[in-house]
Write a protein that binds this ligand. Structure first.
Ligand code: ASP
Length: 395
């Protein structure tokens, strides 16, 4: 009984307290005529989407966009577009430093591990000029899955390698292996394990629970991680980086790379490496990518959906919102379940117009969910158009 009490205390301590409220601000109408939430007044988000769409229609080339974690690398990508104009080099110039960054815990090195404390990475690339693509799923020990995806695209007759075969392929192609765990990601996994397993901290005979936690966070540096660790245990983070580029001539490429959902089941592959879900590029129209809960995106083939909507004439933002609406429809507009995840779509059309839509307006840290853009006048963050006000990922 004593053990259960301590454990509950541990769980509730870790669970922290993010109790966000959500309000439907869009009130969209699904094509079957069913109102998403007809009782709600002015569809604020829809207005924003249309406004952003109109703005975005007047796009500029070259242009490069990414999830917000690429903001500080867009300038490098733009330099590539301005010099060689190679769109694949440009998007990789943005995402590879994020894969290398131990402090980005959703991509590459330092990405949060799966439930077995193994970092498994997913990525894919699409190259508009050659209409080729490559992808890797659940690759281990290789910090740059985006580069491996490119090699698959350029040097093989295949498009998608997974698991051990993908890792072996990368080794054979000269990629170096390394542990992708950092002290921070490993410590977070230990805290998650303790919160979800009866056999990991605190031990059955632990005299004092708080001492156990203190032992886990036994240096000043680790103590500074405590709020973050509590948050990632309570709300397994989503992240990922998607990057899309169009050069002056209208050539396009895209990439999506991720460590996937934290604490996932070993072997789980999300949307990120799936062509047509986490990424789709057809340079006759545009490109699209996604971050957030991959399982929902896979069910609607989101990347492909967004590009096809743009083909039919939608603005990038409206096309992204169409994909979000399909996910909302899959949940029969049940916001209590939709609140359990977050999802974003990003789109860039061949003219350099861009846009993005998010299921929820805010991240857990209170920041507005945004994406990064560089269309010639320096990198900047732009708010994604939200379907609902509030935060997702509350499970
Ligand atoms: N979409 C990624 C996945 O489902 C996760 C994320 O974007 O955070 O693996």
């Amino acid at each position: 009984m004593e053990k259960v009490t301590r454990r509950r205390f541990f769980l509730s301590t870790l669970a922290g307290g993010v109790a966000a409220t959500a309000t439907n601000v869009c009130g969209a109408i699904w094509p079957n005529g069913k109102a998403a939430d007809a009782s709600l007044a002015e569809p604020k988000a829809l207005q924003t989407a249309s406004a952003a769409g109109r703005l975005a229609t007047a796009g500029r080339r070259p242009c490069i966009i990414s999830a917000l974690n690429g903001l500080h690398h867009l300038e490098t990508g733009m330099q590539v577009l301005r010099t060689t104009g190679d769109t694949m080099d440009a998007v990789l110039a943005v995402v590879v430093p994020v894969e290398d960054d131990p402090n980005d815990n959703t991509v590459g090195y330092g990405g949060l591990p799966n439930e077995d404390c193994v970092v498994q990475l997913d990525a894919c690339v699409m190259h508009g000029p050659t209409k080729k693509c490559g992808a890797v799923g659940a690759i281990e020990k290789i910090k740059n899955p985006s580069k491996v995806a490119r090699v698959i695209m350029e040097r093989t007759n295949h498009t998608f390698l997974v698991g051990q075969g993908a890792t072996q392929f990368a080794i054979d192609e000269g990629f170096e292996t390394m542990s992708l765990l950092t002290d921070k990601s490993r410590t977070a996994w230990l805290a998650w394990k303790a919160a979800t397993s009866k056999d990991w901290r605190p031990g059955l005979d632990a005299p004092d629970f708080n001492k156990q936690l203190a032992e886990l966070l036994d240096t000043p540096e680790r103590q500074a991680w405590e709020p973050w660790i509590k948050d990632v245990v309570a709300h397994p983070p989503t992240g990922t980086i998607n990057c899309l580029a169009v050069n002056e001539k209208g050539e396009m490429s895209g990439v999506t790379t991720t460590s996937g959902l934290a604490w996932k089941i070993s072997g789980r592959v999300g949307d990120s490496p799936i062509i047509g879900a986490g990424l789709f590029v057809d340079q006759e129209v545009g490109g699209a990518g996604s971050t957030g809960r991959g399982e929902e995106n896979i069910k609607i083939a989101g990347g492909h959906t967004v590009v096809e909507m743009m083909r039919r004439g939608m603005s990038p933002t409206d096309a992204c919102m169409e994909a979000i609406d399909r996910v909302v429809h899959n949940y029969d507009f049940d916001r209590s379940r939709l609140k359990m995840f977050d999802l974003q779509f990003y789109a860039l059309n061949k003219d350099g117009a861009h846009g993005a839509a998010a299921l929820w307006s805010d991240r857990h840290d209170g920041e507005t969910i945004s994406y990064a853009v560089h269309d010639g006048s320096g990198p900047r963050a732009v708010a994604c158009t939200p379907k609902f006000e509030g935060t997702g990922g509350d499970y």
